[in-house]
Design a protein around this ligand. Structure first.
Ligand code: HEM
Length: 147
């Protein structure tokens, strides 16, 4: 009898804990990606680190030799903030226009994404948020490569 009650209690506990974590997950999924990333300060920190990686990446750094880096950083923060559901408006040029005539190769696009992943990893952005953000940016590839 005691054993049976203990079993029932254990089942009740497992069910309760299971429900709680499901609620947590549901609450998390209702939060915007922007909030889950940590808002604008977190996005700005990742963008800073990302641009430093790009500047040190011999595969693509020359592309940015004459770029206005502070402006580019600001626009990237706006773009990521807006795309992730944050309270920002991207004020830069459309991706096709901004990259027109650059003839960016697939390998260069991949190199830049790799530099971003490095930053996301060093800031310990969880897999779910990382893949949502990379998915959103990956959708811009056709416009950036111009094909
Ligand atoms: C997901 C990928 C990318 C995103 C989200 C992105 C985003 C942007 C943004 C927001 C701008 C500023 C637009 C403006 O000037 O109004 C920009 C400019 C630029 N991008 Fe990209 N870009 C991507 C990939 C690349 C790649 C792969 C390269 C080259 C390897 C590249 C090279 C440049 C350059 C050189 C500029 C101009 C900077 C300047 O003249 O100040 N971008 N990009």
């Amino acid at each position: 009898m005691k054993g049976l009650m203990g079993g029932a209690l254990a089942v009740a506990l497992v069910v309760a804990v299971g429900c709680a974590s499901m609620d947590d997950r549901m609450a998390m999924n209702k939060k915007s990606l922007y909030n889950r990333l940590g808002g604008k300060p977190a996005i700005a920190a990742v963008v800073d680190d990302f641009i430093a990686n790009v500047a040190a990446d011999g595969r693509i750094s020359r592309r940015f030799e004459s770029a206005d880096i502070p402006r580019l950083k600001g626009l990237l923060v706006e773009q990521i903030c807006e795309a992730s559901g944050g309270p920002c408006t991207y004020t830069g040029r459309a991706m096709a226009e901004a990259h027109r005539g650059m003839n960016i190769a697939d390998a260069e696009f991949d190199a830049l994404v790799e530099d971003l992943v490095k930053s996301l990893d060093s800031f310990k952005v969880p897999a779910q948020e990382k893949s949502e953000l990379l998915g959103a940016l990956g959708g811009l590839k056709g416009q950036i490569l111009g094909r």
